[in-house]
Write a protein that binds this ligand. Structure first.
Ligand SMILES: [Zn+2]
Ligand SMILES: [Zn+2]
Length: 350
């Protein structure tokens, strides 16, 4: 198979900093789109994967699954993209296309396991897939998203992971006008959850452990902000929320939040604490409450989210950096020192 050599930014080992690497992309096949990458967001899972914290990382790794760019080449059978179009790629670049989930626009739950944008088996070139910290990417058009030119492109990049991860559960649990919705945690995910829930018409209550984030939560669209370490403030919201989106990746008290749900309310995790979370049976039983989880969204829903964001003028709040700042950005990410997503300007990769 024909290939093209390009520059990327990744690492050969868990302990080594990221650096410039040479990788190969396949030449476009009949259904492929080649995208020159303009911006790539930094997701916490990039850091976990680069450092092998979830195990199973294959080196070298090139992270990045919040990709926005411009189409530079299309295969002979490509129907929906042309050279010059803006395009996006999120967490998946392929899936089996035949299982019940793929057929129902839920490729993220593909029975065979969807092919992730980085560190998944590459059926075309062998080895593993390489992500968006790179000059270009070649993806089957069925897994490529259309990007509006109305929004700031760097701010759009994080929608491809953080945006869809929060949009999908808000839609699935029918968040909308007349509902009181809780967002727990204001980070990369939480800040998108606030903006999206507000745009969907809900009354948004944000829960944070840090008083200093109160004003920012309001700026992002929160109707109310609750300091979750203050039992009195928490008690005021008992049995009053229809839905809670829990964006916290650290250990925290799930029962305290379940008890804020109304009858038939649901608390959905999108943050991913590594340790098991204890739940008291009566927090669920008394109130027929549900404790659930959610992961990204299918391709069609990701497009729906991007269109929704274009219509409502929603992008992520970002700090734009060059590739030479990526290693430092990882350290800052660990400290929570970012409002609210780093995005790499890929023009800086030489
Ligand atoms: Zn991600
Ligand atoms: Zn499938």
């Amino acid at each position: 198979m024909q290939t093209k050599n390009i520059k990327a930014f990744g690492t050969e080992a868990a302990e080594a900093p990221l650096q410039t690497l040479d990788i190969q992309r396949r030449a476009v096949l009949a259904h492929d789109v080649e995208i020159e990458i303009l911006y790539c967001g930094i997701c916490h899972s990039d850091l976990h994967s680069a450092r092998n914290e979830w195990h199973g990382t294959i080196y070298p790794i090139v992270p990045g699954h919040e990709i926005v760019g411009r189409v530079t080449k299309v295969g002979d059978h490509v129907k929906h993209f042309k050279v010059g179009d803006l395009a996006g790629v999120g967490c998946m670049v392929d899936s089996c296309r035949e299982c019940e989930h793929c057929k129902n626009d839920l490729e993220q739950f593909c029975d065979q396991g969807s092919i992730l944008t980085f560190n998944s088996p590459d059926a075309h070139l062998g080895g593993q897939t390489f992500g968006g910290y790179s000059q270009s990417i070649v993806v089957d058009e069925n897994y490529v998203l259309h990007i509006s030119d109305k929004l700031d492109l760097a701010g759009v990049a994080p929608l491809l992971c953080a945006g869809i991860t929060t949009y999908s559960p808000l839609k699935h649990w029918n968040v909308g006008p007349g509902q009181k919705v809780g967002i727990v945690g204001i980070g990369g995910l939480g800040h998108m959850g606030i903006k999206l829930a507000k745009a969907m018409g809900a009354h948004v209550v944000v829960f944070t452990t840090s008083l200093s984030k109160t004003e920012d939560a309001k700026r992002l669209g929160a109707d109310e902000v609750v300091l979750s370490t203050d039992p009195e403030q928490m008690a005021k919201h008992a049995k009053s929320l229809n839905f809670i989106l829990d964006c916290v990746s650290a250990e925290h008290n799930i029962d305290a939040y379940l008890n804020l749900l109304k009858v038939d309310g649901t608390l959905t995790l999108v943050g991913a604490p590594m340790e098991p979370l204890p739940v008291t049976s009566f927090s669920l039983i008394l109130g027929r409450r549900s404790f659930a989880g959610s992961a990204i969204g299918g391709i069609a829903e990701t497009q729906e989210m991007l269109d929704f964001c274009a219509e409502h003028n929603i992008t992520a709040d970002i700090e734009l950096i060059g590739v030479d700042e990526v290693n430092n950005a990882y350290e800052r990410l660990l400290k929570g020192d970012i409002k609210y997503r780093f995005v790499i300007d890929m023009a800086s990769l030489k």
